[in-house]
Write a protein that binds this ligand. Structure first.
Ligand code: NAP
Length: 259
């Protein structure tokens, strides 16, 4: 399928690895030029060079912390006018509800609520003025079904989901479609941080912990960054203009719910 976005320009935040990288690759395959962000310059520059070489698009790396104002300013300055924004950042650490203090919550809110809101506020006015735009926010399956040990993530992402629900409907009339993509468990580096505690608690290897957790997923496996990226690119395509303010779960059926 031709996604109809060849020549468009995108910002992909937190995209040197994992789901952000998968999204950048799928957009690049559709012919989109990308400003690619992550903090670590070395991996970011290597990823940008690989994607540019593979798909023949321009990929500009901007090494910056997207959860800071200075980091966002650097990304926005490099990007200029963009048609597509993929919001992403690292996720907060796991823990117990009683572990976290005020500063832990502030950090989670900065990363997974206030940073994406600031990026939306920075680029959506231009999209509206030009009459076309796509925003995809990478959130989490935790928005639909809470993951108890990820209370910081549950909290911050629920806030973003509320913001997007109202805002998506305010901007849709100007040709800007904004939606959230909710990853269930995907095989990325992030998973090591989540399988690790299971392996340690049960005295088993990381691979065994992974197998154990995959038994709880009806699809019987973790998702891949490539299939996640394909969905992201579709939501950024010409075909997705009537999909507004949705929360699309990619979790292999793990959340046991009818709707
Ligand atoms: P990942 O494989 O660990 O990749 C994270 C990417 O984000 C890296 O490129 C990292 O590069 C970059 N990054 C992290 N913090 C950043 C920051 N402050 N500013 C700029 N870039 C930053 O993680 P992932 O699995 O793709 O997860 C992406 C998001 O989806 C996270 O918020 C995660 O919590 C959420 N999620 C993931 C899963 C899953 O199963 N994988 C499930 C639910 C939700 P640098 O470290 O160099 O900055």
């Amino acid at each position: 399928m031709d996604l109809g976005i060849r020549g468009k320009r995108a910002i992909v935040c937190a995209g040197s690895k994992g789901l952000g990288r998968g999204s950048a690759e799928a957009l690049a395959e559709a012919g989109v030029d990308i400003v690619l962000n992550a903090r670590g310059a070395e991996v970011l520059e290597a990823t940008a060079a690989e994607i540019a070489a593979r798909y023949g698009v321009s990929v500009t790396p901007v090494a910056a912390d997207i959860t800071t104002e200075a980091g966002r300013a650097a990304v926005l300055a490099a990007a200029g006018e963009v048609d597509i924004l993929v919001n992403n950042a690292g996720g907060p650490p796991p823990g117990l509800w009683s572990d976290w203090g005020h500063d832990d919550f502030l950090k989670a809110l900065e990363g997974n609520l206030l940073a994406p809101v600031a990026m939306i506020q920075a680029v959506v006015p231009g999209m509206m003025a030009r009459g076309w735009g796509r925003v995809v926010n990478i959130t989490s399956a935790a928005v639909k079904a809470p993951i108890a040990q990820l209370g910081l993530s549950n909290t911050a992402r629920a806030g973003l989901t509320g913001f997007v629900a109202g805002t998506a409907r305010q901007i849709a009339g100007s040709g800007v479609a904004m939606n959230n993509l909710l990853p269930g468990v995907h095989a990325t580096d992030r998973i090591v941080t989540l399988d690790g505690p299971v392996a340690a608690a049960k005295g088993i290897t990381l691979a065994e912990a992974g197998k154990l957790r995959q038994q709880n997923i009806p699809a019987g496996r973790y998702g891949t960054a490539a299939e996640f990226g394909a969905m992201c690119a579709f939501l950024c395509s010409q075909h997705a203009g009537f999909i507004i303010g949705q929360n699309i779960l990619l979790d292999g059926g793990a959340a046991n719910q009818t709707l």
